[in-house]
Design a protein around this ligand. Structure first.
Ligand code: FRU
Length: 416
C-alpha cells in the first residue's frame, strides 16, 4: 500500500531526516528539514522547506539552502535578527570538517549565504547542529562536539562573532551526541531549563532530556531520561517564537539504523506529530510531559465508531487492558500489563526489511495515569501518557480497520 501518512509531514518525493530551523513568523510555522533533493536515500544534504498555519497541512517550498560543491548543509536552527530570518546551520565539508554557517532571508523562502561563512570553526570533524536562542539581550548557541559528547555554549550579539561561554559534559561514555536543544519551561512559579540531546551508542539512537537550570553559560541538571521510549523518534527540535509561550516539539520519526531501509517510495522519512511540552511534578522531581498539540486535538474531535486510516484514539483502563489494531493478519498490539504500557509491533505488518525492526516496547506508566492518547496514521503509532511517550513506525499491508479490546480497555475514536 501507499504508506504515505495522511497527517504527518513527509517530503514530496525525496528523503528527509531531522527537522531544522523551526520558527514561527507572522503566524506561519516554518519547518525546514534535512533533505536529499535528488533521491530517497540520505545524501546531498540540504535544507528542504515547508510552512503551515495549523501544524497539520503543509505547503511545500523549493529547497531553501542547497548543498554546493564540497559543502553539505547539516542541521541547525533559525532566528529573526534585524528583521531578517537567519538560518544557522552546520557546513559539513567533503574533507570531514564541520563548522557553523549563516544564511539570511528577507522573504522567508530565499536564502543568501553569509560571505563570512563559516562563522564558527574549530577545525573539528564532529562540531555540529547549532541551536540559537535569545538569552537576555544577546544570542546563545548550543552546539555539540558529537564524538567528544560535549555541549558547547557560545554567545553573540550579531550571529557572526561568537565567544565561548560554557560547556556541559556527562560522565565519559561511548557513542555520539547530536541535535541539542535548550529551552525554559515554567512549573508553577518556578522556571526550569530543559536540555535535549539525541544520542547514538551501542543501544541504538534515542533522545534524552534533563531538567535543570541555565545561567546563560552553564547548564546544571538532573539525570537523563528518555524523551520517547519507542525506537522512532530522533533528532527532535522545538519551535522558536511559538505563540503564547508554547514550546512545540517535532522529531524525525525514524531510527537511524534502519531509516534507509523502510519500505516507502518515492519519499522516505516523516516527522512525528507536533507535541506541546510542559512540566509536571512526579515523585518530587519536575518531569517533561508531551501532549499532541491543540491543533491536532481540535482537528481530530469527531467521535466515530469505525477506525479511519488516521485517527486520534483515547484509551482508558482500570487495570490490565489490551487494544489490538488489526487489518487481516496484521496486528499492532497495545496493552497495559501490571502497570506497564506495552507497544508490540512484531506482527504489525512488514517487519523483516531490517533485523532490528520487529520489537516490543515496555515502560512503567506513571502512577495515577488511567488513560493515554494514541495517534495512528498509515505508517506510525504515537502513544502519549503523561511523562511517557512511545513512537513506532508500522507498515501494515492495509490500514488497521478495527480495534479489538480486552480486559478493562475503553476506547474512543476521533476522526478528522
Ligand atoms: C542527526 C544528524 C545530525 C546532522 C544531520 C545530517 O540525524 O546526524 O547530527 O546534522 O543528521 O543529516
Amino acid at each position: 500500500m501507499d504508506f504515505r501518512p495522511l497527517a504527518h509531514f513527509t517530503a514530496e518525493d525525496t528523503w528527509l531526516n531531522d527537522p531544522n530551523g523551526l520558527i514561527v513568523r507572522d503566524g506561519l510555522w516554518h519547518l525546514f528539514f534535512q533533505n536529499n533533493p535528488h533521491g530517497a536515500d540520505w545524501g546531498n544534504m540540504s535544507w528542504g522547506h515547508a510552512t503551515s498555519r495549523d501544524l497539520l497541512t503543509w505547503e511545500h517550498h523549493p529547497v531553501a539552502i542547497r548543498h554546493e560543491g564540497p559543502e553539505a548543509i547539516f542541521s541547525g536552527s533559525a532566528v529573526v535578527h534585524d528583521g531578517r530570518l537567519a538560518a544557522v546551520y552546520t557546513s559539513a565539508y567533503d574533507d570531514g570538517r564541520q563548522a557553523q554557517s549563516l544564511a539570511w532571508s528577507e522573504d522567508g523562502t530565499t536564502f543568501v549565504k553569509d560571505p563570512a561563512n563559516p562563522v564558527l570553526d574549530r577545525g573539528s570533524t564532529g562540531f555540529r547542529d547549532p541551536k540559537v536562542f535569545r538569552y537576555g539581550d544577546s544570542w546563545r548557541m548550543v552546539v555539540v562536539e558529537a564524538d567528544a559528547r560535549e555541549l558547547l555554549v557560545y554567545a553573540s550579539d550579531d550571529l557572526r562573532t561568537w565567544s565561548p561561554v560554557g560547556a556541559f559534559t556527562d560522565e565519559p561514555g561511548v557513542g555520539i551526541w547530536e541535535c541539542p536543544d535548550l529551552f525554559p519551561l515554567r512549573l508553577g512559579t518556578e522556571e526550569f531549563w530543559v536540555l535535549v540531546l539525541s544520542v547514538q551508542d551501542a543501544e541504538g539512537s534515542r533522545v534524552v532530556h534533563r531538567v535543570g537550570s541555565f545561567d546563560g553559560a552553564t547548564f546544571t541538571g538532573g539525570p537523563p531520561r528518555l524523551l520517547d521510549v519507542g525506537p522512532d523518534c530522533y533528532a527532535v527540535s522545538t519551535w522558536t517564537d511559538a505563540p503564547d509561550g508554547r514550546r512545540v516539539l517535532v522529531g524525525w520519526m525514524a531510527q537511524p539504523t534502519y531509516a534507509g531501509a523502510t519500505p516507502t517510495t518515492p519519499w522516505r522519512g516523516a516527522m512525528t506529530a507536533p507535541r506541546d511540552l510542559s512540566l509536571a511534578w512526579e515523585d518530587g522531581a519536575p518531569v517533561l510531559v508531551q501532549e499532541f498539540s491543540p491543533e491536532v486535538r481540535s482537528a481530530f474531535s469527531r467521535e466515530v465508531a469505525d477506525l479511519p486510516p488516521v485517527a486520534l484514539v483515547r484509551c482508558g483502563f482500570d487495570g490490565d487492558a489490551s487494544w489490538e489494531f488489526a487489518a487481516g493478519p496484521d496486528v499492532l498490539r497495545l496493552a497495559v500489563e501490571d502497570g506497564s504500557l506495552v507497544v508490540d509491533r512484531r506482527a504489525s505488518g512488514s517487519v523483516d526489511f531490517h533485523p532490528d525492526f520487529a520489537r516490543v516496547d515496555r515502560v512503567p506508566l506513571p502512577s495515577g495515569v488511567a488513560e493515554f492518547s494514541v495517534f495512528l496514521d498509515r505508517c506510525s503509532v504515537e502513544v502519549l501518557a503523561g511523562s511517557v511517550a512511545v513512537t513506532q513506525l508500522v507498515f501494515p499491508a492495509q490500514p488497521y480497520r478495527e480495534v479489538r479490546t480486552g480486559g478493562t480497555a475503553r476506547t474512543t475514536i476521533f476522526a478528522r
